[in-house]
Design a protein around this ligand. Sequence first.
Ligand code: NHR
Ligand code: GAR
Length: 218
Amino acid sequence: MIVVETASRAAILISGSGTNLQAFIDRQREGRLAFEIAVVCSNRADAYGLVRAERAGIPNCTRAHGEFADRESFDRSVAAALEPYAPDLLILAGFMRILSPWFVRRYEGRILNIHPALLPLYPGLHTHRRVLEAGDSHHGSTVHFVTEELDGGPPVLAGRIAVEPADTPESLNDRVQAVEHRIYPEAADWLATGRLRLSEGAATLDGEPLDAPIVRDF
Ligand code: NHR
Ligand code: GAR
């Protein structure tokens, strides 16, 4: 039997500064990524992440969501832009547009997002402020599968930090982002190498069900 090893290819979707994108680029440069960053796509022409992609020699594109009549036509245009790069893995890295059911089904089980909270706590926006207001002892960020349910796909890998008395939303943001840059490439590697799967709506790692995310303390 001949086994053909096909290299995994990822598309990274961004809207902004792209520090998570940079973490992937740095890992790729160090030869520590199990897949190739094939293309970067932004819904904002002024996203600084596009400059990072350009500098790294990674093909990139912009599809401005405002130029489309509705969500699905924007999504179809993004999918068409990615098509030539044949991605088998999609990484949302600060991507701020909710994806339509059409798009999610097209890439079912192949889309990851990172959300700055210990999911299922704090879906939605302003997570750092909400954690401080609630007086929580811990905070962090979670890599999860993207499904049609917003922030509701199975969580896979969380990075956890302790909240300090002097913390502000800004200081939490800095520490949480540093954690994201460690855990996101690791979880994406699991998906690229087939260790991580979504089957019947549930995540498995090495064939074992992930009833809760793997948690790493930082
Ligand atoms: N799409 C689906 N289908 N499911 C998810 O879980 C998704 C998703 C798209 C993005 C990231 C998510 C986050 O990490 C994400 C998860 C944007 C919004 C939002 O309300 C919500 C969640 C996330 C990202 N976006 C507004 C919209 O109308 C626009 C906001 C803006 O442009 O600033 O799309 O938090
Ligand atoms: C990340 O901290 C990510 O968790 C968060 O945006 C940041 C993107 O930063 N995502 C969301 O809040 C999604 N609503 P980056 O552009 O520097 O990677």
